[in-house]
Design a protein around this ligand. Sequence first.
Ligand SMILES: [Zn+2]
Length: 439
Amino acid sequence: MATQSLSRKDFIKNASMMLSSGMLAVDNDNLWQDLDEAQASKLTLKNVRLETGFEYEEGEVVATKTELFTIEITDGKISAVLPNQPTTKAIDAKGLLMLPAFRDMHIHLDKTYYGGSWKARSKKNRTVKDMIAFEQKVIPELLKTSTYRAEKLIELLQSRGSNFARSHVNIDSTSKLDSLYHLQQALQNKKDSFGAELVAFPQHGLFYTESAQWMKEAAKTNIDFIGGLDPTSIDGSIQKSLDFVVQLALEHQKGIDIHLHEGGEAGLKTVEFLIDRVNEHPVLKGKTYLSHCFVLARLEKPKLEEMADKLAHAKIGVVSTIPFGNTIMPIPTLYQYGVEVMTGNDSIIDHWNTFGTGSVLYKANLMAQLYGYSSELELSRCLKLATRNVLPLDEHGNRQWPKANDKADVVLVEASCSAEAVARVSPIKSLIHQGKVVY
Ligand SMILES: [Zn+2]
């Protein structure tokens, strides 16, 4: 996405929000100076807290060391990490902890009730096929406000520290390409403050409804991934469904991200089929993902380990739901075998679910609680789920972020260290996207 300055109006709005939260304790004259600075290509922040190492007792990490720094940002990148200069003229971060900006790696920005009135989901629609029939009825109504609501949803994600999302977008025979066009408009309106990659998602099946032709059209646009959905239960054939997805991805040089809810043999065969295809076409390695992939949660240990090993070798990532009812995904095993694990909010409030908070830091917290990651070191590692694997310290406590030339995509958090931020789901005080203050 292109880098452009914030509009004057937006910055004043943001600056006043920061003022009201006590972040920019400056008088009006200084605010205007800061306005000029924030609109320029260079931004300087002082009193920024960064992690610098671990403290050990008898070999165990018992605390995280931090120091205050001055950070210079130029042309959307961190240009210098300097010893703190508390008297220099700069935006005062007041000792807030700087972390890499968060990334929501699975959300549906195109269909949401968010931005409208409260609505719980209905008990009536349960199976995926029931939900498809329901969507065919409600999508024309949702489309009337979907651009506006996507923008509201993006603002929610920003307020929770995310400046990037991988959004699935319905490509189906009801909305045809309209869901995509409406979402592209919202992203265009937000392009200076938020980045995204899109998955063309055949939510109503490729062949169960006549969506394949629309998927071919969507693949010609600037979407990033070809999506898919439960090939056995919806389209009635793993091979027919996945061959279409793989061929379309290869033809248009896209990645793949498939919603797989199916368990048992159908789920397992789908995973194995996809692994084989990716191994046949190594260009797909590192850009193929299985979203949910609940079948992994129900495998016996030896089979799970075999599958985790195969997924890691094929460089197929798992975009996991945390949690999903009483289904607990085997995330520790996936990490152990080197499978890329990501997460997202999926639904914030819509006809599928109502419990989304917009925070992927909260997802990292849930992971810590579910799998018992409670020590200082373990909690600090959980942050990678929110940042898509960028961590300030490596496991030995060496600072690896931020470095000069890193993208200036950062959050300022009211926490003393990553471990506290994860354990307490600490408040997000500011978000900087490509060097511009956007929240
Ligand atoms: Zn989804």
